[in-house]
Design a protein around this ligand. Structure first.
Ligand SMILES: [Zn+2]
Length: 331
């Protein structure tokens, strides 16, 4: 199925259908696409480090995408989009670029490329991991599964083979799913501590993984904006309202203190197959003073879009092919 989809995407791009659709339909619509990135980094074969292929795009590919997008879309800031929606309109043929989590590679690789194409972006920060050398929990899991000398790990009565990249990624996905379902931060942290002990991997002091505050301030000077993404990246619907509120509210305060200005943008952590937000989560985000929240559900933003559930497209979508190597060849 995946191959069939790829072939269809290839044909749509190769025959120019994508560009025609864009020229005659979408470029005339008052609609905006919010693009969702995570890390921009080269992953060497067999060494995925903390990054995962599903959320990482190489700097070369990222530049191709930004070059393609900047030629065809009006790249605006998320703040501009939110203000427009509040006034009941959306800039025609517009596009917003966002990054989740707050990886240092956003500053090292994505930021110079965005500046080159005069584009701006919003970066959502996992507040406790910024400037602290702390890994977000899902990277902790991936990192220890691949760095361990153990051949396998038993979790909740099931043995997971480790040692090669495929096994590690498979185990990581299943264990990550378990963590997302945990009902409290304490339960999650105890589970992770137990894994660390049994896998015998040091997960502290990993430098250059997450942004430093000076990086954030440098990008802010260039017009980039920053939003909340909780303190520690839990799956919010799994938590009690009290813990949910702490994660949402305190991350806002941490970022506001560093930036010296109100933080009004938020993105719900953990997309994929899990339900990463619900009515209660939306309510709490609003109560804490955010004016906008984006999801990981695919879709286009128009004047009818809900301010607390604005959809975004990930890099694994139709346009990823359009802006990938095929276009490079056609150019
Ligand atoms: Zn995230």
């Amino acid at each position: 199925m995946k191959i069939v989809k790829q072939i269809i995407k290839f044909l749509l791009v190769y025959t120019g259908v994508i560009d025609l659709i864009h020229y005659f339909i979408t470029s005339r619509l008052p609609a905006c696409i919010i693009w969702r990135y995570h890390s921009v980094l080269d992953i060497k074969d067999g060494d995925v480090l903390y990054a995962s292929p599903s959320i990482t795009v190489s700097p070369k590919e990222f530049e191709r995408q930004i070059r393609y997008l900047s030629k065809r879309y009006n790249i605006i800031s998320l703040d501009e989009l939110v203000s427009s929606i509040k006034r009941g309109c959306v800039p025609r043929n517009s596009l917003v670029i966002t990054f989740d989590d707050g990886y240092r590679d956003n500053y090292l690789y994505a930021y110079p490329i965005l500046k080159k194409y005069r584009a701006t972006a919003t970066i959502y920060l996992t507040a406790n991991c910024i400037g602290t050398n702390k890994m977000v929990w899902m990277h902790k899991v991936l990192y220890m599964l691949q760095k361990t000398q153990e051949k396998g790990i038993e979790v909740k009565g099931k043995l997971y083979q480790l040692g090669d990249r495929d096994n590690v990624l498979k185990a990581c996905k299943i264990i990550g799913g378990m963590v997302k379902g945990m009902k409290s931060i304490k339960e999650r942290d105890e589970f992770l501590d137990d894994l660390i002990k049994r896998l015998k991997v040091n997960v502290e002091g990993v430098d250059n993984l997450m942004l430093k505050w000076e990086d954030v301030l440098a990008m802010k000077k260039d017009g980039f904006s920053f939003g909340g993404h909780t303190l520690t990246h839990p799956n919010l619907p799994s938590l009690s309202r009290e813990e949910m509120r702490k994660e949402i509210e305190e991350s806002k305060k941490v970022i506001e203190e560093r930036l010296g200005e109100p933080v009004i943008l938020f993105s719900y952590p953990n997309g994929g197959a899990t339900s990463h937000y619900n009515e209660v989560v939306k309510e709490v985000v609003q109560e804490c003073g955010y004016v906008n929240a984006t999801t990981s559900d695919g879709g286009v933003v128009d004047t009818n879009s809900a301010l607390y559930a604005m959809p975004r497209w990930g890099v694994d979508n139709l346009l990823d092919m359009a802006i990938g190597s095929v276009i490079e060849k056609l150019n």
